[in-house]
Design a protein around this ligand. Structure first.
Ligand code: PLP
Ligand code: ZN
Length: 411
């Protein structure tokens, strides 16, 4: 492990890398921590050459950059190394120089959250915990439950009652102790925090635990490596709590510090208009006000995000931008990705694609630029919203004549 310590994103105090610490002792919940790495040591074992000869097809190919020992990583669910597709059809219709889509719905529990959960499970084991807990809009929960189950840890999961059935089904199948909270995500988070404190579980709350963003940064490491360390001008990410986009920035920043990248891509933070506290904060000197959670993109319906500084910094320091998109634009992106690329994303999973369309129309992304969008989760978890996007099939009697008369099929 090449971790040298923590630094508070708020007051900049530094701390040793101890097991008990999740947030800054002075700043409380405002004091989200960064994990600091010894890049000089990492440089000696992590180069283009070592990567080129490493056949590990999971996030563990980047273990030099992870804040865990990663004992027995071969036994974990296989997380990461998801495909990066070039979309010729969409880049032509949008007029972009190049458009790539990274399909993180293909992770073992079908969302990008697996990147964080597998690292959290590794850390919990290293610290000797038997039970790991989190609150989640859905995907972090099912992801934690699956990754914990595989490694013999118990999981206690708090979800808001609006969590889609598919995600709750995953939780139950993975054998989690599921607490469905009669309230919104903020209330769910607060109940989980109180329970974790009372019973002393390992805390996988993405809003608090700095390891989560480090797990998620592997998506950026992969994008860079898959594009031969020449990433696109922009990388678009949907944003709820802010942990994912914060992690994506950390990943590119690591590679920049190691001399493996010449520049960090501009990050496009995408939120739903029904819940866009970051977009409003960016237009308000970074002052974040709680927002309603009023969108069908449940995974990014986070009215009180916790990773405020990490997310705002990611966009600011990469010279990126924030945009918001309507639920209609999200459903439209879902149809487009499905019908032109064969990629089935959930609403929050395709929001980044809708954001690229919006950023192009506002002139934030220029037509001669290149873009990668992150599809963060699979649409199979939330079939009712997919049907809302796609409509019902044609219902036909079992009769060829009737089928012909319907005009549904032509040469
Ligand atoms: C969690 C999640 C996001 C957003 O990640 P944050 O860390 O909450 O910003 C986006 N899409 C999907 C599918 C997610 O599950
Ligand atoms: Zn602090």
């Amino acid at each position: 492990m090449h971790v040298t310590g923590y630094r508070c994103t708020h007051c900049k105090r530094e701390y040793a890398y101890s097991e008990d610490m999740l947030t800054c002792e002075h700043c409380g919940d405002l004091g989200i921590l960064d994990i600091l790495f010894d890049y000089t040591a990492i440089k000696k074992e992590f180069t283009r050459e070592t990567l080129a000869s490493d056949r590990t097809n999971s996030i563990w190919r980047y273990r030099a950059l992870l804040p865990v020992e990663g004992h027995n990583w071969e036994q974990f669910l296989r997380v990461g190394w998801t495909p990066l597709y070039r979309s010729h059809a969409l880049e032509r219709s949008l007029g972009l120089k190049a458009l790539y889509i990274k399909d993180d719905g293909l992770n073992p529990t079908a969302s990008l959250k697996d990147r964080a959960s597998v690292v959290a499970v590794s850390r919990a084991r290293e610290l000797g915990y038997k039970t790991i807990a989190c609150s989640s809009t859905g995907n972090a929960a099912s992801s934690l439950a699956g990754n914990a189950s595989r490694m013999g840890l118990k999981s206690v999961i708090f979800v808001p009652e609006r969590a889609p059935k598919g995600k709750v089904a995953q939780l139950l199948i993975f054998g989690a102790n599921v607490i469905s909270v009669q309230g919104n995500y903020r209330q769910t988070f607060e109940l989980s925090a109180a329970a974790i404190e009372k019973w002393g579980f390992y805390n996988r709350n993405a809003g608090i635990n700095p390891i989560m963003a480090e797990g998620k940064k592997t998506a950026a490491l992969e994008i860079a490596e898959q594009l031969c360390f020449n990433p696109t001008d922009w990388v678009a990410v949907s944003v709820g709590d802010g942990c994912t986009i914060g992690g994506i920035y950390n990943g590119f920043n690591d590679l920049y510090k190691l001399g493996l990248l010449e520049r960090i891509p501009k990050l496009l933070g995408v939120q739903s208009s029904g819940c866009a506290p970051f977009v409003k904060a960016a237009n308000n000197n970074g002052k974040l006000e709680p927002a309603e959670e009023n969108t069908l993109a449940d995974s990014i319906a986070v009215g009180v995000p916790r990773n405020v500084e990490k997310a705002l910094r990611a966009v600011r320091e990469s010279f990126g931008a924030w945009v918001e998109v309507s639920d209609e634009a999200i459903l439209s992106a879902m149809r487009t990705l499905g019908s032109t690329e064969g990629i089935f994303g959930e609403p929050a999973g395709v929001a980044a694609t809708a954001g690229v369309v919006e950023a192009l129309s506002k002139g934030l992304i220029k037509q001669n630029e290149s873009v990668t969008v992150l599809c963060t989760g699979s649409g199979l978890k939330d079939v009712s919203n997919a049907m809302l996007a796609a409509g019902e099939p044609f219902s036909c009697p079992p009769d060829l004549h009737a089928l012909e008369k319907s005009g549904r099929i032509g040469k």
